[in-house]
Design a protein around this ligand. Structure first.
Ligand code: SAH
Length: 522
């Protein structure tokens, strides 16, 4: 091959690139803007267990996701194999993001991956991340330096492989260095590390701390003098991943921080609604400090009767009211609408009523004025408020529904309100197979504080699949929490005890009930 064709070949092949990206310590809010945009635009996402799984949602649906995870003592993939995957994907011209927990260059074995890429002449870039020690310190209120108490900060590692007998660092020597020590991967050798530090000359009174699962909803910490650290860590059952801190400035730590004081901090809730739905409930719960796991028990798919749609749309100008009973219905309807018309003005002068805020938001996004949002977000509430407008007598009303909607709304509008009602089903709700839920393993192993049923269909699906929902020993047993009276009724009819019902059937009502219940029960 002459030099020119060699260069050409190289150019063709070198379109692919690997980004070694710091995924931060856990909280997705701690990634850099660059990391986020690279994840959003990549063809292949290579990750391990230290990078929060939620980050995968930022990648496109087409993006290939490869798990190369390993945990101490359980190597699922050799480092050399990971290198090979990165090289092969990039040589195929793909944009590869290799997510590394925390910062790629801090005990992340990034150097080995860099070498593999260098050897194969593959382009790469490194994107820094917030390393666990700094993030844990910040979220747990542990200052790492102080003018008088700590003028150096050391990052040390206990081990990289539990199977390896000896510690990698001479901790007795670091006792002399003093300052603040931040020890990664030290939990399985905690006793030995503490002993070496004491032998090296640190006092038993030297302030110390352990922070596990830092920045995550399950964050736990203990603050203790070095001499008591092992016992307290054992009692507190603090496991990996955790950072051990030792140093005088640790003595200035606060017992609780903004992060740990959030009303639902440390609580885990399972949401049963269909996956892929933008969830206000999820973001509200997370903002209050809770961990949210997805256990979709239903799936929602667009479903329409073309003939019926054609009939309704032919007479769309004749309706006085259009009534939306769910956000899913509103979304599916607008999709169908824009397939038929290209201009929002074709919507006509219909007045719009919605069962609740999130349904209204879908329409308001098109600048459509929602005239009525039921205060009490139930079909009965909506029917009553519509009748109260005194505009239904002989009026043509279009009700947008799913396949499982209750008849009650239509009955009341026709019976009491004397309206002429057409219903247009636009989506279908079916039970989702719980065995396919990505978070099922975590749910059954660790349990949750509450399982939240957002509709009767989620409750029915739960009953039907209860054989697949048996908790492992030691899992937290969740209380059953219902969104509203109809869902509660379905649960009761199936002999399930409702522990908590939303103060009124809306996201806010549910969140209020959870906060009240869980902050009161400590
Ligand atoms: N590159 C990573 C460190 C990888 S080594 C970084 O910069 O953070 C893995 C170790 O990091 C764990 O054993 C633990 O000591 C620490 N660690 C990672 N995430 C953590 C977290 N959320 N909370 C506490 N420690 C964490």
């Amino acid at each position: 091959m002459d030099e020119r064709s060699h260069r050409m070949d190289k150019n063709q092949l070198s379109e692919g690139i690997v980004y070694l990206v710091g995924a931060g310590p856990g909280d997705p809010g701690l990634l850099t803007l660059r990391a986020r945009s690279l994840i959003e635009g990549c063809d292949v996402l290579v990750y391990d267990h230290l990078a929060n799984r939620k980050l995968h949602n930022w990648a496109s649906a087409e993006c290939e996701r490869i798990d190369v995870g390993k945990s101490p003592g359980r190597h699922t993939m050799e480092q050399s194999e990971i290198g090979k995957i990165l090289v092969a994907k990039a040589q195929n011209g793909l944009k590869v993001v290799r997510l590394k927990g925390g910062d790629p260059f801090v005990f992340g074995r990034c150097a080995e991956e860099m070498l593999a890429l260098d050897e194969a002449d593959v382009s790469y870039e490194v994107v820094p991340g917030v390393t666990a020690a700094l993030a844990c310190a910040a979220y747990a209120g542990i200052p790492l330096s102080h003018r008088d108490f700590g003028s150096s900060i050391s990052f040390l590692t206990g081990h990289e492989d539990v199977a390896k007998e000896s510690l990698r660092v001479d901790f007795a020597k670091f006792a002399e260095v003093g300052g603040t020590l931040c020890i990664y991967m030290g939990m399985s050798k905690l006793e030995e590390i503490v002993e070496k530090l004491l032998v090296g000359g640190l006092s038993k009174d030297r302030p110390a701390a352990v922070v596990s699962q830092g920045t995550l909803p399950g964050q736990r910490k203990i603050l203790a003098p070095l001499g008591e650290l092992v016992e307290q860590a054992r009692e507190g059952d603090l496991g990996a991943p955790a950072i051990i801190f030792v140093g005088n400035s640790i003595g200035l730590a606060r017992s609780s921080t903004w992060f740990e004081r959030a009303p639902l901090f440390g609580r885990r809730f399972a949401l049963t609604r269909a996956s892929g739905q933008k969830s206000k409930m999820r973001s509200r719960l997370e903002a209050l400090g809770a961990e949210v796991i997805d256990l979709p028990l239903i799936k929602i798919e667009p479903a329409e009767d073309r003939k019926l749609v054609a009939e309704v749309f032919a007479g769309i100008a004749t309706y006085e009211w259009v009534v939306f009973t769910s956000a899913n219905g509103a979304k599916a309807f607008m999709e169908i609408f824009f397939r038929a018309y290209s201009d929002i003005r074709s919507f006509g002068p219909m007045r719009i009523a919605c069962v609740g805020e999130s349904t209204a938001e879908v329409l308001q996004a098109y600048q459509l004025n929602v005239e009525l949002i039921a205060q009490d977000s139930t079909a009965e509430g909506l029917a009553k408020e519509l009748i109260d407008t005194d505009s239904l007598d002989s009026a043509n009303v279009l009700v947008i529904t799913g396949n499982r909607n209750r008849e009650i709304l239509v009955d009341v509008l026709e019976g009491v309100g004397r309206a002429i009602v057409d219903t247009l089903p636009v989506y279908q709700t079916d039970f989702a197979d719980v065995l396919e839920a990505a978070d099922l393993g975590t749910f059954l192993k660790d349990g949750a504080d509450a399982i939240i049923f957002t509709s009767s269909s989620t409750a029915l699906s739960y009953v039907e699949q209860s054989d697949d929902l048996i908790f492992q020993e030691g899992a937290r047993k969740p209380i059953l929490c219902s969104f509203g009276p109809q869902t509660s009724k379905t649960l009761q009819e199936n002999d399930l005890k409702i522990d908590l019902e939303a103060s009124h059937p809306s996201t806010d009502g549910l969140i209020d009930a959870l906060v009240e219940h869980f902050s009161a029960s400590g």
